[in-house]
Design a binder for this molecule. Structure first.
Ligand code: ZN
Length: 88
């Protein structure tokens, strides 16, 4: 079975580690990006699913979603490296 969407959509791991990890299968790198997507066939329009991506796999995941017409936006993952102190 290579149901990538199904295997990736379970973003909550069994023993959630502190640092969010890349959603790419087999990648344990720390996530730096949030890819937000929606499948209009199974989700209401306002629904957003989220994948996390490291710097290396952001393009890969975004291309994967874009090719299927699912991709909506990619946002930086706040607090990934402690430099984003936008909240005063
Ligand atoms: Zn990765």
């Amino acid at each position: 079975m290579t149901d990538l969407l199904g295997s990736l959509s379970g973003s909550t791991g069994p023993a959630g580690p502190e640092a969010p990890q890349c959603s790419r299968r087999g990648c344990r790198a720390s996530a730096r990006w949030r890819l937000r997507w929606n499948n209009p066939r199974i989700h209401p329009p306002e629904r957003r699913k989220e994948w996390l991506a490291c710097g290396e796999h952001r393009d890969w995941l975004q291309t994967y979603l874009t090719e299927r017409g699912l991709w909506r936006e990619t946002l930086p993952l706040d607090g990934a490296d402690g430099t984003g102190d936008a909240r005063a």
